[in-house]
Design a protein around this ligand. Structure first.
Ligand SMILES: Nc1ncnc2c1ncn2[C@@H]1O[C@H](COP(=O)(O)OP(=O)(O)O)[C@@H](O)[C@H]1O
Ligand SMILES: [Mg+2]
Length: 314
């Protein structure tokens, strides 16, 4: 064996070893990649579950808290409102007094008349007269809004499972639609595919509240859009009743979707949205052992899906 041959053999051995190592490396890399992908997806699942646990825990604490706050605010609110309600009557008396003074002013002695005139001017009595009715109206409106928020907080807080009985969810949807009739007719097309579902053990008022909130949101999401349509379906899927409420409204961007169940989160202008609709819906459905989820694409529409377990007993 000459040197040349020995060199060739050595080279060949080295090449084989290198190839084997490369194949091994490639296999290992592939394996690591696969494991990594699996890890990533388990991590995502875990993260999602943690977020859900956190938010339901947060909601539970918030429920207790809001029940307390609602109760505390409710009492002062009641007397503030009743006080404000008696103001218009007092104001009327005051307005008559001002009128009377103005009437008798010419008959007063000059020093007294001057004194009154200066007072009227400096205190801008004419402006005050004009402004009081506006102030009272705005105050009443503000108080009504506070009252609405308190009402929302209370229904959010009401998580005890009292008032439950056997009730039919399909009939619930139909009666909710009747309540909403004047709100929806002429403006929204409603398509119903309500398949029969068994009665379930639930709080019918609360469940109807969920549908009401979802339908109102759907309607608001379609304002100013072509052919506004809400499609509602009911089905039995395994051990669950599934209700879907679909709209062809503005849709919900991914980053907004993360927030929508958070109490007081709203994208609507002040006075229009309280941000409690979906928080209440979420609480009620959780409380019934169900699940609420959504699919949405921006500019095309949103489908909310409510799943309720078929349980006929407590
Ligand atoms: N069907 C829907 N289409 C588009 N956006 C929606 C829909 N439902 C809910 N949203 C979004 O979720 C937010 C929270 O809803 P909600 O809790 O009912 O409060 P509110 O309606 O008072 O704003 C809304 O402000 C809106 O941005
Ligand atoms: Mg709403």
């Amino acid at each position: 064996m000459d040197d040349n041959n020995a060199y060739k053999l050595a080279y060949e051995r080295e090449r084989k070893a290198r190839l084997a190592a490369e194949t091994l490396l490639e296999d290992k890399t592939r394996e690591i990649f696969k494991i990594n992908r699996e890890l990533k997806s388990s991590y995502d699942v875990l993260k999602k579950q943690q977020a859900m646990m956190l938010s339901s825990e947060k909601l539970a604490t918030l429920g207790t808290l809001s029940a307390g706050v609602a109760h505390e605010i409710n009492n002062p609110l009641a007397f503030v409102k009743s006080n404000i309600e008696s103001l218009p009557q007092y104001y009327e008396t005051y307005a008559r007094l001002v009128l009377l003074i103005k009437e008798i002013m010419p008959s007063l002695s000059k020093p007294h008349r001057d004194q009154l005139e200066v007072f009227f001017k400096e205190e801008d009595i004419d402006f005050i007269q004009e402004d009081i009715p506006d102030l009272m109206k705005d105050t009443m409106e503000g108080l009504t809004r506070v009252k609405d928020i308190i009402l929302n907080l209370r229904s959010f807080a009401r998580t005890q499972s009292t008032d439950r009985g056997l009730s039919n969810v399909k009939e619930g949807i139909e009666s909710t639609l009747k309540i909403l009739n004047s709100e929806l007719k002429n403006s929204v097309d409603i398509k119903l595919t309500l398949n029969p579902v068994p009665d379930i053990f639930c709080n019918a008022n609360e469940i109807n509240q969920v549908f009401l909130n979802l339908i109102i949101n759907a309607k608001q999401a379609m304002e100013g859009r072509d052919r506004p349509t809400i499609e509602i379906t009911s089905d039995v899927v395994g051990d669950f009743i599934e209700i879907k409420i679909a709209d062809n409204g503005c849709g919900i961007p991914a980053e907004v979707q993360k927030e929508i169940f958070v109490p007081f989160f709203t994208t609507k202008p002040i006075g229009e949205g309280t941000g409690m609709g979906l928080a209440i819906a979420y609480g009620i459905i959780q409380d019934h052992g169900g699940d609420i989820s959504l699919q949405s694409s921006e500019g095309e529409g949103t489908v909310f899906s409510v799943k309720l377990p078929i349980t006929q007993k407590e």
